[in-house]
Design a protein around this ligand. Sequence first.
Ligand code: APR
Length: 388
Amino acid sequence: MAVIGAGPAGLIVANLLRKAGVDCVVLERHTRAHVEQRARAGLIEPRVVEMLRRFGLADRLLRMADAHTTCEFRIDGRRHEINYSAAHGGRRHYVYPQQELVTDLVAAFLDAGGDLRFQAADVRPHGLDTDRPWVTYVDGATGETTRLDCDFVAGCDGFHGVSRASVPAGALTEHSHEHGIGWLSVLAEAPPSTKAIIYALHPDGFAGHMLRSSTVSRFYLQCPVGDSVDNWPDERVWAELHKRLALRDEDWTLTEGPIIEKRVLDMRSFVVEPMSYGRLYLAGDAAHIITPVGGKGMNLAAHDAERLAEALVAHYEGSDALLHDYSATCLRRVWRSQEFCQWMTEVIHASRDAGSSFRQRLAVARLEHLLTSPAAAAVFAENYLGQD
Ligand code: APR
């Protein structure tokens, strides 16, 4: 079994296979230090934490991560808290930076004797439509080309990876959507100024205050598509955050800190169907991209990985039913998450939707429904926390 990519998807597949005694080799293009330091997502759904705990992969997470039960919408300078946990049986989110999870998963796999090859260059899958595919790569240390023969290939190498690109043109159907919205994504060495994630709607555009750790916070500022970080010197970032997150009738201060990362993201969504081709199975960002709005990317990757590992283990026990259903099973959750993130994307960007006062009014109606109806809050909570 070959796993391409050591992000959350590949590492969960590899750890679960290892625990079931199925041999696998993980090929990762970058160094161990690189993958263990790459800051990305941070919100983990309760079912993913429970899955990791079941497999003995959540010890440090449960020690270090903060559990969260509420989030806050700021509209016209007023705060509206949603206790989504209370609306969904007391389930809680965990805030744990993706690179910490990756660090734990790398350690667990290596400690269990797993075969993880970093700096694997020019990784290429071959013979995917045969019963005996193989993967070639160039060893980063020796420069030698190596061939791995395997039964299956798990393509867990993210959106720009080689796995999906290796499938013959026309074999997969791609669904993509550009939202026409840009986000400046900022990581700052600033302690959080809030206990709950803040989604602020402001006439100048959305602003978000996300949580990562006691010393680092992530912020988002809506900006034009294709904007450049050069247009966003630190002083402007803080000035916009202060303005868009401001509260009208309450004292609240935003704590500043050194900015350690700034990127412009163009909101887009993408799903490939089916999530497999021959003996290649795609998982995580290799198969779908979701806007960061609802915090779903890492959780979908974990769900795919769990389903794939379980299906592969069942194969070696004599049943291919789960492998046969793998794509359909994953896609049901993927589309449900896409629908939720689309809803949320439309709601939180309404104030800047200059093109349509109609869409603006719809979004306000949706928010009012969410904030005043327990039934609407329960639906939001189920989607936000993730289906069990
Ligand atoms: N060969 C080997 N490894 C590769 C290749 C390649 N050609 N291309 C990419 N990779 C590696 C990347 O270096 C990375 O470590 O595959 C891994 C893919 O990891 P992620 O991009 O983190 O994707 P995934 O595991 O699906 O996790 C999804 O990541 O994008 C975030 O926020 C998103 O939380 C979501 C999560």
